[in-house]
Design a protein around this ligand. Structure first.
Ligand code: HEC
Length: 113
């Protein structure tokens, strides 16, 4: 019986993989997990990106940003470069969606003003 349950799990995981592979790039839902990777790589130099601790306070923490901004506001903000010393990295639309999804996991947000 356990074998059967494990088997069903494996089959549905496989199905999900096929479903994801079949989607055109733009249709894949944003990944908060990929966003966390991007944040650690590109944003942690200035922002506290983790739910707690590690980082600097030269820029607002992602938790505080999550409380003030909606994902739409984040995407609009991230479409443009910010903070002058940034070494000219540009996020793709996909990366912006992922980072916005990650930040959205960090806190409740207020309705847009
Ligand atoms: C070189 C330092 C630096 C890096 C790297 C950096 N930021 Fe920032 N960021 C700042 C500073 C300083 C501010 C506050 C002033 C401003 O808005 O420009 C800020 C502001 C922001 C805001 C707006 C906060 C608000 O008040 O609404 C967001 C969102 C943000 N950063 C996201 C990111 C993301 C996502 C990354 C990585 C992809 C990133 N930042 C990388 C320095 C940085």
């Amino acid at each position: 019986m356990r074998g059967l349950v494990a088997m069903a799990g494996a089959v549905s995981t496989l199905g999900m993989g096929i479903w994801l592979a079949a989607q055109p790039a733009g249709a894949v839902p944003p990944s908060a997990e990929a966003g966390a990777d991007i944040a650690a790589r590109w944003c942690a130099g200035c922002h506290v990106v983790a739910p707690s601790g590690a980082g600097t306070d030269a820029a607002p923490s992602f938790v505080s940003i999550a409380q003030r901004r909606t994902p739409d506001q984040l995407r609009a903000f991230l479409a443009k470069p910010h903070a002058k010393p940034m070494r000219g990295f540009t996020l793709s639309g996909r990366e912006i969606d992922d980072v916005a999804a990650y930040i959205a996991t960090l806190g409740p947000r207020q309705p847009p003003q």
